[in-house]
Design a protein around this ligand. Structure first.
Ligand code: NAP
Ligand code: GFB
Length: 323
């Protein structure tokens, strides 16, 4: 049976990665529509309904959200809470109204309880308060899981969700103060090397890394996440969320990320840790056992080569990058 797949948040980091993978596959029995906020402001019910009327999707991948890194979250918890609750309630209500056969929404490994045994797994989402740095975003995301269960219980809707670890890649948001760590450091390194004091020898330049560099993160390349998202849409038939993350053993320190980026830029200067800046969560190590049992052969892209691809994309697309 043919599908019309509507991807909300389709103009962002994850949405563009899914578009890239779908363009390569060119599926004949699926029509894919990628929309951003210009198509509809999803915090507004009428605007959201008009979009559903226009496309009448049979399936929805729901990515649209107010998204940001640690510092943006710390300064805007109320906005992250309200805007994301509005977006999520509108998209799920209209998916139900338009009898969408399946919705796959997007949570995040940063929403799990801050005080928790490790590794974290899908059963632990609601077992305690999230880290205080992003409690607004975390509670809005946790509510997606609650709403999915309520729609399924009361109406039998197949509304499910995935839980990615930190994502990076082409088409990321590189805006200082808003961005996640990898695009934030790419933006800063590029500026130090190419834009600031161009006549100063690189050996004398300093690349400031925010925080101690000690926190641990799992990072998934956006193209890998896109492939897993498409697999979930086509094959995963459970309301229970599924973590889409690299292995626990692939966890790296922020300091390693900084060094990997400096190598990718062939930066000859010094790295310095600005410990006046917050570290955020120390770790949020997630288990991908559930995914591995379903997709034992899946190969994740090597972290350092994905970093090189992302740096090269930024250099090649500097003019159009979100910064
Ligand atoms: P992104 O690059 O910031 O893209 C956000 C997308 O949402 C854009 O397409 C944006 O449209 C759209 N959007 C935002 N507000 C909207 C509104 N009011 N109405 C309609 N569309 C709106 O974010 P991303 O990193 O791709 O994140 C996609 C999903 O993955 C999100 O649900 C996020 O929570 C989740 N996630 C991300 C990470 C990560 O590390 N990036 C990790 C875990 C989970 P415009 O471009 O037109 O503004
Ligand atoms: O990606 P990030 O901002 O968010 O990473 P989280 C923050 C970590 O990277 C902290 C360090 O330890 C920062 O001190 N860091 C170093 C930097 N340089 C930079 C930089 O230039 N920019 C940024 N942003 N950090 C987020 C959640 O947590 O994870 C969000 O707050 C979201 O809600 C996201 O879910 C996936 O990984 O700490």
């Amino acid at each position: 049976m043919s599908k019309t797949v509507l991807v909300t948040g389709g103009t962002g980091l994850v949405g563009k990665a899914i578009e890239t993978v779908i363009a390569r596959e060119n599926p004949t029995d699926e029509k894919w529509i990628f929309v951003g906020s210009k198509e509809a402001n999803l915090t507004d019910l009428q605007s959201t309904r008009a979009m559903f009327e226009r496309y009448c999707p049979t399936h929805v991948i729901h990515l649209a959200a107010m998204v940001g890194g640690l510092f943006h979250n710390m300064n805007n918890n109320l906005d992250f809470l309200r805007k994301n609750i509005q977006i999520n309630d509108n998209v799920l209500a209209l998916s139900h109204e338009f009898k969408v056969r399946k919705v796959v929404s997007c949570l995040s490994t940063c929403i799990f309880p801050d005080k928790t045994p490790y590794p974290i797994d899908e059963t632990m989402i609601h077992n305690g308060p999230p880290h205080e740095s992003n409690f607004g975003y975390s509670h809005a995301k946790r509510l997606i899981d609650i709403m999915n269960r309520a729609y399924h219980q009361q109406h039998g809707d197949m509304f499910t969700s995935v839980i990615p670890c930190n994502v990076f890649g082409p088409h990321d948001n590189f805006t200082p103060g808003v961005s996640h760590v990898i695009p934030g450091m790419i933006h800063r390194l590029h500026e130090i090397i190419y834009l600031k004091d161009p006549e100063k020898p690189q050996e004398e330049k300093v690349f400031p890394v925010y925080g101690t560099g000690k926190p641990l993160r799992q990072f998934i390349f956006s193209i890998d996440l896109a492939k897993l998202f498409i697999w979930v849409l086509r094959n995963y038939e459970s309301v229970d969320p599924i973590i889409l993350s690299v292995d626990e053993a692939a966890e790296v320190t922020i300091a390693h990320v900084a060094k990997s980026l400096a190598n990718a830029f062939k930066f000859k200067g010094k790295l310095e840790f600005d410990t006046s800046k917050a570290d955020g969560q120390y770790k949020k190590t997630a288990s991908n056992d559930k995914l591995r049992k379903l997709l034992p052969e899946f190969q994740f892209t090597d972290f350092d080569s994905a970093i090189e691809d992302s740096v090269q994309w930024y250099i090649d697309n500097y003019e159009k990058a979100r910064k």
